[in-house]
Design a binder for this molecule. Structure first.
Ligand code: FMN
Ligand code: 173
Length: 347
């Protein structure tokens, strides 16, 4: 396997069809799902030459945390559906690669077991209608050593995924559960994730009142919302359409990124996800102003193919591709990447 598309192809043959579809699928007509990867075809790089690129330095610092490369693991549900190693396997790979795992609230292993790998992790939260339970969960993940809360804000209701409806995939198979939704923690029955259509900006004051963890908003696409986040003192944002699984016909992250970066300036770090499959995709996002990117499905495919080792391979492929792309663009460090390197075609 020499690229992320190779890993994805290998994973397709290893998963039960309904599980593959759950991971691969998007909302409704999957226009946004397709657009996420297609979008990168409209960006072209304008490399610089003779800049003495020597050894490239891929490190970045996000929220005061130093990463060996500007690629985080996006939160995705149900890792044990992909491989018995589950989120603990993904965590081992993230730790080995020197990057951050954003652990999904729908993880199938307890946050304490993930933390025991030594990984640096952030926790993705869907604020629950039951605020007392949400508070207990936030305290639990903070006690486990979580580095930031990633509050997903693009899901007031759950997207409609026709593959899952057709396959009758509604819930985890017996033996698997959302281990961080047990209440009381660790022992009680797992709660079902509740959606909160009434959620509004006031939730940030409530969150600030219960935790001192950095707060990241995931699922921003509109520059006005990015500005609002900055004004509210949010610590970072992730420009994302949730991998095309929520609002179909939503703009892609990479297309939304420049206006968001322009609107917030350097008031807060802007991360982006969706459709990143190549080192050149990472480079494009960084050049357009992202502080780092996150990858979702490629990690699940790596996990499905070879557990923790497969995830490690995916991360190392991306690292190697980004390193080579930076060298070929004449950039010896991430800060050397700017919008002058990127041209948009066909619009
Ligand atoms: C199977 C799957 C499960 C996901 N689960 C979550 C989740 O629990 N919470 C969340 O905020 N985002 C979730 N996402 C969205 C990802 O965090 C991320 O935004 C998206 O996958 C990035 O696009 P990519 O898969 O093209 O890299 C999920 C995505 C997938 C594919
Ligand atoms: O957020 C998602 O995309 C997702 O697939 C999911 C599924 C179950 C529980 C939580 C999230």
């Amino acid at each position: 396997m020499f690229s992320l598309p190779d890993v994805a192809a290998a994973a397709a043959g290893r998963l039960a069809a309904a599980h593959y579809d759950f991971f691969a699928g998007g909302a409704d007509d999957e226009r946004t799902l397709r657009a996420n990867t297609d979008a990168f075809d409209r960006y072209r790089l304008r490399p610089r030459v003779l800049r003495g690129v020597g050894e490239r330095d891929l490190t970045v610092t996000v929220l005061g945390q130093s990463l060996s490369m500007p690629v985080l693991i996006a939160p995705t549900a149900f890792h044990r559906l992909a491989h018995p190693d589950g989120e603990v396997g993904t965590a081992r790979a993230a730790a080995a690669a020197g990057t951050v795992l954003v652990l999904s609230m729908a993880a199938t292993q307890p946050v304490e077991q993930v933390a025991a790998t030594g990984v640096r992790f952030w926790f993705q939260l869907y604020v629950q209608p039951d605020r007392a339970f949400t508070e207990r969960l936030v305290r639990r993940v903070a006690a486990a050593g979580c580095g930031a809360l990633v509050v997903t804000v693009d899901s007031p209701v759950f997207g409609r995924r026709r593959r899952d409806l057709r396959n009758g995939f509604l819930d985890l198979p017996a033996g698997l559960a959302c281990e961080n939704l047990r209440d009381p923690a660790g022992s009680g029955p797992p709660r079902a994730i509740g959606w909160e259509p009434g959620l509004n900006w006031d939730v940030l004051d409530w969150l600030r009142g219960i935790t001192s963890l950095p707060i990241v908003l995931k699922g921003i696409l509109h520059p006005a919302d990015a500005v609002r986040a900055a004004e509210r003192g949010v610590d970072a944002i992730i420009v994302s359409n949730h991998g095309g699984r929520q609002l179909d016909a939503a703009v892609t992250g990479i297309d939304a990124l420049p206006a968001v970066v322009d609107a917030v300036g350097d008031r807060l770090p802007v991360l982006v996800d969706g459709g990143i499959r190549r080192g050149t995709d990472v480079l494009t996002a960084l050049a357009l102003g992202a502080s780092a990117v996150a990858v979702g499905r490629p990690v699940l495919w790596g996990l499905a193919v070879a557990g923790a080792d497969g995830v490690r391979q995916v991360l190392e492929l991306l690292r190697d591709e980004l390193d080579r792309a930076m060298a070929l663009c004449g950039a010896d460090r991430v800060a050397a990447l700017g919008p002058d390197l990127v041209e948009t075609v066909g619009r």
